[in-house]
Design a protein around this ligand. Sequence first.
Ligand code: DX5
Ligand code: ZN
Length: 223
Amino acid sequence: MSPESRVKISPSILAADFACIGEEVTAICEAGCDYVHVDVMDGHFVPNLTIGPGVVKAIKPHASKPLDVHLMISPVDAFIDLFAEAGADIITFHPEAGPHPHRTVQAIKAAGCKAGISLNPATPIAALEELIEDIDLILVMSVNPGFGGQKFIKTQLEKIRRIRDLITAAGREIELEVDGGVNSKNAEEIITAGADVLVAGTAVFQNGRQAYADNIRALRPSG
Ligand code: DX5
Ligand code: ZN
């Protein structure tokens, strides 16, 4: 299988219509997404407030694809079991969010979820190197976290390449996900740099529900 054919699309429901969030989740799953990306913000770690475990629990029955929960909160550990019980399949956190990221990874796995680490644009790769044997996913933020609809920060392409090399050297199954400002114009260079999961909010939730399948397809290499 070529690297391109493995690419997964994880639409960020931050850009969905929150007045009918269950229907929106059903629509993207039927439109062919691979994961459902849930952006959790606390107004403290990032300057925005969004979704809690109650909403994750409410959307779970509407999702036929795994819930990819991105925690932009600090502290993290006290909320892991709540999000796992609510239906999260993957839980990703930022290493700056607490003093013991290794403990956080272990807690996520103990809760039965896959564990991801997210690096902000200015966070060095060194922040995850000691955890490479333990994690299932690396999420590269290609915008500063907090809001949808921002512009992709191009310097992150080199970081994606370097992390791809690190994953190859580790010889483990670790997904490399990229989040922020991803669209049909830049998807190809992000995939070429080494990404295997693309998060996209604005680019998927546009032009009405009938367009979601095309919007998702347009992010894939053949699209
Ligand atoms: C930003 C979030 C992203 C964001 C993506 O803090 O983590 O998931 O909503 O939105 P777009 O695709 O609009 O940049
Ligand atoms: Zn996100």
